[in-house]
Design a binder for this molecule. Structure first.
Ligand SMILES: NC(=O)c1ccc[n+]([C@@H]2O[C@H](COP(=O)([O-])OP(=O)(O)OC[C@H]3O[C@@H](n4cnc5c(N)ncnc54)[C@H](O)[C@@H]3O)[C@@H](O)[C@H]2O)c1
Length: 461
């Protein structure tokens, strides 16, 4: 190791290295908190002044990070937040956790990474370690980040050190968090890798070194493509089951009893979140530059992208059984976050379903205990909405409750007892009822004769 790398390694190991995290979102804030919790001094840098102010007041806006933890770390002086990149001059290490969205053309939008790295470069100094964590296409660290940092005249692997380590956080997961999910690390040089491994080793239980940033970048895309493709497969199986009159939920539950060679994935109204619907397309974009046409990714994208339409078809069919039209029907969408028990709506399929329902003339309402308001620009209906409380009266007052996100806060027994019609896209309601239609399952028995109030046609209600 060169003396400059050895010096940084010593500071990391003895806890004197001053860490920085750029981008204090779902990924960056838990990481900054974890560094600070394990004895390091960590400064979070974010361009969003509201986030900086919230952290500085001791208030967390990320559900997985308790405000009490933020306050405690602020009090010890080990955690701080700023919008001023000037602080980079005092830092030894920087982890970059900024967004990497896709443009409408499905090209990666590198603008957040570029602007963060340009701001870091102004105060880059010898002996620093920079680690990119944002999910991105293979080659980004060496082709985009390294040249920008080297434009300062400092050289990667000589004056400063560079690595990529994909973030694998799963918001809302009670069992796995930043600390106990193994961290894959690839450095542009062996010293970069060793320093990044040492840094993560301070706060994260298991660190897995790989041979290069490209491998580490590809690891993340393999993981997310694996999920996107398997969800695409099970969504296609669900559409098939629908036609064949088979309950896909029963099929998956029985298949997963096989103790090897099978992993359960579940169908749903579409793919949501900041990662799974987007990340595989970074890989397609990069592969195409090399003349390779990826087929699995595109096919999964088509199938998953069609699920909101399949959901609306299911709702229309279910209404039709009750001799109602979608046009004019009052539909309550239960759950608009992209997954259970979180407040993140990025790429949520519920928004697509709501837009499609609106286009077809339905009156759309929603209930989500985690998302109190929905702004007009966030969905295709084009007007502001507020979450309703999904109680018996609300359920009874609409034509259909469409369960799109199976939050545990919903009272499913009350919904079943009160709603005239339910379309369940998540198998939130396990038993069968004549007015509960499931995505990927045949029409329930006695659906045609069922009347609100729980009686069959011809019987007393
Ligand atoms: N959210 C997840 O579950 C998850 C999981 C794994 C990986 N990732 C990846 O991690 C990265 C970050 O995702 P996230 O969910 O934390 O995003 P986020 O939107 O929650 O947070 C990003 C933060 O970066 C800030 N930011 C934007 N530009 C900046 C700049 N130039 N300088 C400083 N701060 C800037 C934003 O204000 C925001 O606070 C993305 O590449 C994402 O794909 C996310």
């Amino acid at each position: 190791m060169t003396p400059i790398a050895e010096g940084l390694l010593r500071r990391i190991q003895d806890g004197h290295a001053r860490a920085g995290v750029v981008g204090l979102g779902y990924v960056g804030l838990p990481l900054a908190v974890e560094f600070a919790r394990h004895g390091m001094t960590c400064t979070g840098i974010d361009v969003d002044a509201r986030k900086v102010a919230a952290i500085s007041r001791g208030e967390s806006y990320i559900p997985d990070v308790p405000s009490a933890d933020v306050r405690e770390l602020l009090d010890t002086g080990r955690l701080s937040a700023t919008a001023d990149f000037g602080v980079v001059a005092q830092l030894d290490t920087i982890n970059i956790c900024v967004p990497t969205p896709l443009r409408k053309t499905k090209d990666p939008d590198m603008s957040y990474i570029v602007s963060a790295v340009e701001a870091i470069a102004v105060n880059l100094h010898p002996g620093m370690l920079v680690v990119l964590e944002s999910t991105t296409y293979p080659g980004t660290t060496e082709e985009v980040v390294q040249p920008l940092l080297e434009s300062t005249g400092l050289k990667a692997g000589v004056d400063f050190f560079l690595a990529f380590s994909p973030e694998r956080v799963d918001p809302g997961n009670a069992a796995f968090n930043t600390r106990n999910v193994p961290k894959v690390v690839g450095g542009t040089t062996p010293e970069g890798a060793a320093l990044a491994c040492a840094l993560y080793g301070k706060a994260i239980e298991t660190v897995i070194p790989v041979s290069s940033p490209r491998v580490a970048e590809m690891v993340k895309l393999l993981e997310n493509t694996f999920r996107a493709v398997n969800i695409g497969l099970v969504n296609e199986i669900a559409l098939m089951c629908d036609k064949l009159g088979i309950n896909v939920w029963e099929v998956v539950d029985a298949a997963k009893t096989k103790p090897f060679g099978f992993m359960p994935f579940y169908p749903g109204p579409g793919l949501g979140g900041h990662c799974i619907p987007i990340d595989p397309f970074y890989l397609s974009w990069k592969a195409r530059q090399y003349g390779f046409e990826p087929r699995f990714i595109e096919l999964a994208g088509h199938i998953n992208g069609a699920m909101p339409h399949a959901t609306v078809d299911k709702i229309a069919d279910a209404l039709n059984v009750q001799k109602k039209a979608l046009n004019g029907a009052r539909i309550l969408v239960a759950g608009i976050a992209y997954k259970r028990d979180i407040n993140d709506m990025r790429e949520s399929p519920s928004l697509d379903v709501m837009g499609l329902l609106h286009q077809q003339g339905a009156r759309v309402y929603y209930a989500d205990p985690h998302v109190p308001k929905l702004e007009a620009r966030a969905w295709l209906g084009g007007y502001d909405l507020e979450s309703l409380t999904l109680d018996s009266a609300t359920a009874a007052g609409v034509d259909c409750v469409a369960i799109l996100t199976e939050h545990s806060a919903f009272d499913y027994d009350a919904i079943v007892a009160s709603a005239p019609l339910i379309v369940d896209t998540r198998n939130a309601i396990k038993e069968t009822h004549p007015h509960v239609f499931k995505l990927g399952a045949p029409q329930p028995a006695h659906a045609e004769t069922w009347l609100p109030g729980g009686a069959a046609d011809g019987q007393a209600a």
